[in-house]
Design a protein around this ligand. Structure first.
Ligand SMILES: [Zn+2]
Length: 309
């Protein structure tokens, strides 16, 4: 996913499913798009102003899921697991046609998206990717949660710590992932999860109407209620890393940096992207990672030009 050229899908693929929060049936088509399109959602159930760019500036809500909205109030929610699949598979350009307001939850992870995208294959486009390369440490702390990013050589690394001290099964989990690795199955197969005692609370907020044991891990005390148990011993923290990758995809370019996050979620990640990208001193834009080895030279040349100007 850090190769030089932009990519799209070889051909259109379709998914049918149910929205986790709305409980509504929905169909999505992932359609190939030309270079520099980015990821665009298009609501086919709405006639006008129905396009929403998948960008961090369009995030209108990040409560339990990530929702994007355009200037006309048209929105799509729960985009994060699809965005994470696009991140992991290396897709840059796509039109996502959707006939409702929420991306289907599938099995609660990104595995169905990833497998079908890999099976369909990608088309390499004749244009370079651009990367956001972090220049210096940036940090954000909020209500006992924290996230930071530091420079990295050529990939996105994520160290995540999750803590549910009152739950005897989850307790505290930490995992560290380099997204340059080829085998990320433990990440993209990790499902969304919730505590049994929180279900009524979430449902009373009008959320999780489509939630069930086929699309979420439910934990009661020290037991997993799903018949087949967990997919990996770190499934909870692995899912948080998956969410973070999906939310980072909304930067519009792949970020090169080393992230460390404690107890974060969609809201913290979105606030953090806004903080990083609001200050040009935090990053540089690189065209193709082949250029990175030349970066020192380029930046020192730029400095020289600045001094001469
Ligand atoms: Zn999630």
């Amino acid at each position: 996913m850090f190769e030089s050229n932009q990519k799209t899908l070889n051909k259109t693929i379709n998914f049918l499913g149910t929205g986790l929060h709305s409980g509504k049936k929905v169909s999505i088509n992932l359609e190939p798009a030309e270079a520099d399109t980015g990821i665009i959602f298009k609501r086919t159930d709405i006639k006008n102003n129905n396009e929403i760019k998948a960008n961090y500036t369009n995030v209108s809500s990040a409560k339990l899921c990530t929702k994007i909205e355009n200037d006309h109030g048209v929105s799509v929610s729960t985009i994060e697991h699809l965005m994470a699949a696009l991140y992991i598979c290396g897709v840059d350009n796509l039109v996502v046609k959707i006939d409702g307001g929420e991306v289907p939850i599938m099995d609660g992870s990104s595995i169905e998206f990833v497998e079908k995208i890999n099976e369909t294959g990608l088309k390499i486009l004749d244009k370079n990717r651009k990367f956001i390369k972090i220049n210096k440490k940036v940090e954000l702390k909020l209500d006992g949660k924290s996230i930071s990013i530091e420079p990295a050589v050529d990939s996105l690394k994520v160290a995540f710590t999750l803590s549910y001290e009152n739950n005897p099964l989850i307790k505290s989990q930490t995992n560290c992932v380099d997204f340059k690795n080829k085998n990320l199955e433990n990440i993209y197969s990790a499902r969304t999860f919730c505590l049994y005692e929180d279900i009524e609370k979430v449902k009373s907020l009008g959320l999780a109407k489509g939630g069930n044991l086929d699309n979420a891990v439910v934990i009661k005390g020290d037991k997993v209620l799903n018949k087949k148990g967990l997919r990996s011993k770190n499934e909870f923290v692995n899912h948080k890393i998956l969410d973070l990758a999906g939310d980072f995809m909304l930067a519009g370019m792949r970020v090169i940096g080393s992230v460390s996050c404690k107890h974060g979620g969609h809201l913290l990640t979105n606030d953090f992207l806004r903080k990083i990208l609001s200050d040009r001193a935090n990053f540089i834009i690189v065209e193709s990672l082949k250029d990175i080895s030349n970066l020192k030279k380029i930046t020192s040349d730029q400095k020289r030009i600045a001094v001469n100007a």
